[in-house]
Write a protein that binds this ligand. Structure first.
Ligand code: SF4
Ligand code: MG
Length: 323
């Protein structure tokens, strides 16, 4: 089947300007040539440390920010070249769920207005039809119809995220982009919200681009995983492969550093030393070479490319060559 979303060579560089003349003095290579595709009904998780560019990828896909280069194809159409007016029919097919359900819901609007608002722009419904649709959507996310008359502050964090999900569902999108949608919630509530997203995915055939720094969350919800480091994907593949048999030294280090319930399951600890280098001046060669325990001379000069390391599994590391 054709992918819902296809991203090719996606690149976002920001200029850093100085002085009254605002001369560009440096470029931040936030996203630097990223490729992936998401099939209908599939969840692709983007993982990595903060600053790796995963949120920027999400913002680019939503067209909240313009790419420096590359293509973003929805159902085969490149949306990067479309005007705002031409974007309109695509806007409804791709919706978002934000990290912070406290900040992303207008506190002055009743829940019914919040959830029904997207419908106003796209579907001319009467007030009673809209109220009925809102009630149906609220039921889908596990809220009672009376919730429509209340204000966001009357709900818990988990319930507020359900309201945010209801708003995203209103237009029956093909794809939901979710940036850390459970990281602001209590751990006890996180699984409930993740399970809700998975149920909705099954019912509506939704695809997710799911951004998270939390490997436990990703393991719960992901079908495939893309690991980012300094603006690049360094490993991408099916969840079980990437988490169970990681090929890239960075992925191995991330997994070794993640808290796991069973300490015996922990592999030999591969410690990530030092800070992430600035995306302002990413290191030449392999961007991970300043922290990689296996660094070789060649890694400082030559950038490794993504290569097949298994079924639908690719990683970018010189160690994996020829294998
Ligand atoms: Fe480490 Fe070299 Fe592989 Fe980069 S290419 S991850 S520095 S071994
Ligand atoms: Mg982020």
């Amino acid at each position: 089947t054709a992918p819902v979303l296809e991203v090719e060579g996606l690149t976002k560089h920001f200029s850093v300007e100085r002085g009254i003349l605002r001369r560009p003095v440096a470029w931040v290579r936030a996203v630097d040539g990223v490729d992936f595709a998401i099939a209908p009904g599939e969840t692709l998780c983007l993982v990595g440390e903060s600053g790796c560019g995963k949120s920027t990828v999400a913002r680019l896909v939503l067209r909240l920010t313009e790419p420096t280069a590359g293509a973003i194809r929805l159902g085969g159409t490149d949306i990067t070249a479309l005007s705002e007016a031409e974007m309109a029919p695509w806007r409804r097919r791709i919706q978002m769920v934000f990290q912070d359900p406290y900040a992303s819901l207008n506190p002055r609007l009743r829940v019914g207005q919040i959830v029904g608002e997207p419908l106003e722009n796209f579907e001319p419904l009467s007030a009673s039809e809209r109220a009925e649709r809102v009630g149906e959507i609220l039921a889908k996310v596990g809220l009672r119809p009376e919730a429509a008359n209340r204000f966001p502050f009357e709900f818990s964090g988990g319930q507020r995220q359900r309201i945010g999900i209801a708003r995203a569902l209103a237009l029956r999108p093909d794809l939901i982009v979710a940036d850390e949608p459970v990281s602001a919630l209590d751990v006890s509530v996180q699984a409930q919200v993740l399970n809700l997203l998975m149920d909705l995915q099954e019912e509506f055939g939704l695809a997710f681009l799911f951004v998270s720094h939390d490997l436990a969350v990703v393991e719960h919800i992901g079908h495939r995983i893309a690991v980012m480091y300094l603006g690049r994907i360094v490993e991408i593949g099916p969840k079980d492969e990437v988490l169970g048999d990681p090929k890239h030294p960075y992925t191995q280090a991330l997994i070794a550093a993640a808290p796991v319930p069973d300490p015996r399951a922990k592999r030999d600890r591969l410690v990530l030393e030092g800070d992430v280098p600035s995306p302002l001046n990413p290191p030449p060669g392999c961007r991970f070479h300043t922290r990689c325990p296996f660094v070789m001379p060649r890694c400082r000069e030559e950038e490794p490319r993504l290569r097949e390391v298994g079924q639908d599994h690719r990683a970018a590391c010189h160690l994996l060559e020829g294998g």
